[in-house]
Design a protein around this ligand. Structure first.
Ligand code: PMP
Length: 362
């Protein structure tokens, strides 16, 4: 019954606290595997969610209030903003509009797994490009662009490596292809990046799932070029965001200060965890709310699980070998993670050399 070109690999989400509790019978478990904001959303967002009870009424399909507020927040033109069920929903609609059998999707790896899944689901052809120094996409990516290139993925900051991309290279990509450059900025609030490329073939997508702490409400948004607006609306599911979610997102935008304070704490902890890890493993600078490091052991993720720390083993990310991604949590959660790494690796605090003053974000 399935379309014959479909070759699927299921998205592997982070293990849940309950799963780990059952398996290892532990009391304290910290989940640092899904890049969530450990402080949660603004209390204003929670109140907005609680106070909406007209659940029998369909949402406003134009999402005009949210789009107006997003325009103020991003500086993007309101008419060009679309909302969907997370960035996942934006991606799904764009892939369904653009990708036919055999069309090429250029994916610098390793990166967020859903791009691979969507390409396969649409029977497209994945063109995997190895990243350059510090995992950045370099000019060599231009050699992979062909007439069949329909989408080029630029995830900045990139999941799982944490680096941002060079605006110059992304511009060069946009100028070299007739395909669409999809810039995924899920983690932009945690970074110093100021990339803003507006062109006929560039989409920028963002989310309320990360810095705004609303992952469970599934709200993403994007700025599209004019020609893509109507097709996008036609292909999108009619009510991708519920009204309680829309209200919560608006309330979160009323309290950007909350989000900024969370980001500040997370960035501060990111630097601390980076410095601590640097003495033990090969860890990479990050502009997101997670750190990426090479695992000195084959089974480090499993050993950390036994100690109640859930991290993401990146071995099932395409183009990634023995690496681990750990979300930056609250200070006490990060301490538990660092302690567990120390114990598993048998590192004595006196053995460790405390880095060289370099920042994670450098
Ligand atoms: N893009 C990237 C790079 C991500 O890491 C994630 C979530 N892990 C998403 C998109 C999906 O985000 P959303 O919750 O907005 O669908």
């Amino acid at each position: 019954m399935l379309r014959d070109c479909i070759e699927l690999t299921q998205y592997v989400p982070g293990k849940s606290i309950e799963e780990v509790r059952k398996k290892y019978g532990l009391k304290r478990i910290v989940k640092l595997a899904s890049n969530e904001n450990p402080y949660g959303p603004s209390p204003k967002a929670i109140n907005a969610l609680r106070s909406f009870l007209d659940l029998h009424i369909y949402p406003d399909p134009s999402y005009s209030e949210l789009r107006e507020r997003l325009s103020e927040y991003t500086g993007w033109e309101e008419d060009r903003i679309v909302v969907s069920t997370g960035i996942d929903g934006i991606l799904e609609t764009i892939f369904s509009l653009l990708i036919d059998k055999g069309d090429e999707v250029l994916i610098p790896v390793p990166t967020f797994p859903y791009y691979h899944i969507l390409t396969r689901l649409r029977c497209g052809r994945e063109v995997l490009v190895k990243r350059g120094r510090n995992f950045r996409i370099d000019e060599s990516v231009l050699n992979f662009i062909t007439k069949k290139t329909k989408i080029v993925i630029v995830c900045s900051p990139n999941n799982p490596t944490g680096n941002t991309e060079s605006e110059e290279v992304v511009r060069a990509i946009a100028e070299s292809t007739d395909g669409l450059v999809f810039v995924d900025e899920a983690y932009i609030e945690f970074s110093d990046s100021k990339m803003d490329i507006d062109a006929e073939n560039v989409v920028i997508a963002r989310t309320f799932s990360k810095a705004f702490g609303l992952a469970n409400l599934r709200i993403g948004y994007a700025r599209l070029p004019d020609w893509l607006l109507e097709p996008f609306r036609a292909a999108s599911t009619p009510f991708p965001v519920s009204t309680p979610a829309e209200r919560a997102a608006i309330a979160a935008l009323d309290d950007v200060k909350w989000m900024q304070e969370c980001v500040e704490r997370i960035r501060f902890e990111r630097e601390r965890v980076y410095r601590e890890l640097k003495g033990m493993v090969e860890v990479h600078p990050s502009q997101a709310n997670f750190l990426f490091f090479r695992s000195p052991l084959d089974n480090l993720a499993e050993e950390l699980l036994k100690k109640g720390v859930i991290v993401r083993d990146c071995r099932n990310f395409v183009g990634c070998d023995r690496h681990i991604r750990v979300t930056v949590g609250k200070p006490e959660d990060n301490d538990m993670f660092l302690e567990a790494v120390k114990e598993v690796l048998g590192v004595d605090s006196t053995d460790r050399h405390p880095g060289n003053g370099e920042n994670s974000s450098s």
